[in-house]
Design a protein around this ligand. Structure first.
Ligand SMILES: [Zn+2]
Length: 241
């Protein structure tokens, strides 16, 4: 059963909106950005199974197939952060595709420390895969990358090593659990920080953004589209501080 809804946000930018019942995140696929025969980047694979009978990763693979994209052709999987609902399926994605894993250096340290316990509360083990790429602030080097540029923005607050991805050509922000339509990520989990979140939001608000693709939907909608709506969204969320 399909538990994701596919939205093609821009050429080669596929947003997979989680519409199942269990806890899981949205996913984003950046198609044909890597050299070689596994050209896709998958951001936030989510959970392999999200709840009773919900095979979330199989659903994602099926939704991708509907767009002509094979999970087996993912060459890199990026976690916006290490929370299980975003990152738990990474071992299974690697098993199926052989993808390289990328997580921020700070977040990987967090996952090896206090971040690991969050997996226990989800009733699952933390991923065993070791990231081949430890991300830092700056441009993601992608070989030829078909002319597309992806910037990694360190965005702590929800977790210590959370990142957002900024797609420069399309002005899309893949925001993970940092900013949502009408809201921001929780700061009460281990590793959360209100002061870091405040700085992160101030910084993101300065960017020229046309569309925010969040890690979860909210009551305000699945995404934020249009520059004016993005500006209004940042104005609204800054009132939390
Ligand atoms: Zn999270």
């Amino acid at each position: 059963m399909l538990l994701h809804r596919s939205l093609t946000v821009a050429d080669g930018v596929h947003f997979y909106l989680w519409v199942g019942q269990g806890m899981n995140s949205n996913s984003v696929v950046l198609a044909d950005v890597l050299d070689g025969d596994k050209p896709h980047i998958l951001v936030d694979p989510g959970m392999a199974g999200s709840g009773p009978g919900e095979k979330a990763l199989d659903s994602l693979a099926e939704a991708m197939a509907g767009d002509g994209l094979r999970l087996e052709d993912v060459g890199m999987v990026i976690g916006t952060h290490s929370h299980p609902d975003h990152y738990q399926a990474v071992d299974e994605v690697v098993r199926r595709s052989g993808a390289l894993v990328a997580l921020s250096q700070v977040e990987y340290g967090f996952l090896q420390g206090p971040g690991k316990a969050i997996y226990g509360s989800f009733g699952t083990d933390s991923p065993s895969v070791v990231p081949a790429v430890l991300l830092q602030e700056g441009e993601l080097k992608l070989g030829s990358s078909n002319g597309r540029r992806i910037d990694v923005l360190m965005a702590p607050g929800h977790t210590p090593g959370s990142i957002c991805l900024y797609l420069r050509e399309t002005k899309i922000l893949v925001s993970g659990d940092v900013v949502f339509p009408g809201g921001i990520g929780r700061m009460d989990f281990v590793g959360g920080s209100m002061s870091q979140m405040k700085d992160t939001i101030s910084r993101l608000a300065e960017l020229d953004i046309e569309c925010i693709l969040p890690g979860h939907s909210s009551q305000a909608g699945p995404l934020v589209s249009g520059k004016e709506n993005v500006v209004r969204n940042f104005q609204m969320v800054r009132m939390f501080f």
